[in-house]
Design a protein around this ligand. Sequence first.
Ligand SMILES: [Zn+2]
Length: 258
Amino acid sequence: MQIIDAHAHYLNLPNYLENLIEMMDQCHIDMCCLSGLGKIFNCKDNEDVKDAMKKYPNRIIGSYYIRLGQSKIEELEDAYSHGFRMLKTSIPFKPYDHPNFFPMWQKAADYQFPVLFHTGIVTMFQKPQDKYISSWFMHPMRLEPIANKFNKLNLIIAHLGVHWNKDAAELIRMRPNVYADITGEPDGWRIRADKIGLDKWLWWDKAYEKLVFGTDVHYTKIPIILKQDKERINQLQFTNSEKSLFYSKNILKLLGDM
Ligand SMILES: [Zn+2]
């Protein structure tokens, strides 16, 4: 079965890219959507991702990182022309749904970039002292006005909201252009989700149509994430065709013709 990791980061560690590719080989992950979130997250940046796409064009899908309130709208044209096919965003200066950012979402819709939004309490490697960071700005419901206004734009809620799972799940159920991943550290919110049962939130028949597979961890933890997700989707009793939507087809649809 084809596997695409829709949520991978390029960490700022020696040989990270090579190690990641090697781990993807071992785990039979065909491609990953890679983003570089910069120093605050101990990551490489967009330029490094661009190089990674050139080096491994069949393995890396470029996900361009934008910080709302800082990134310029013109960057999207440049990103598209360099082959990026997705956007990733986190720690906005104002809430995700602030009208100041609407032109950015219009541009993202024009280029058919799906947008992966960090949601929930944010963990940073480095605390920027001078900047106001609020997890409220990254509540899943902040995506609702964007999804309503830009119905051609596809939005992905990262981590199913972390602790706002119910809101995240209901939003993906009720808005056709909103999806979610269930990424996170292997010992983080996912453990709580397993104890409670993911189907408490993902209760409707076709929830699998709105989920995309991703990892969002250091490459050494990818095997454990895969193992955990396999157990989860077995519990959710996905059929083989539902599994293939989760592991690759949903994200491929959002990315358009690859
Ligand atoms: Zn992430």
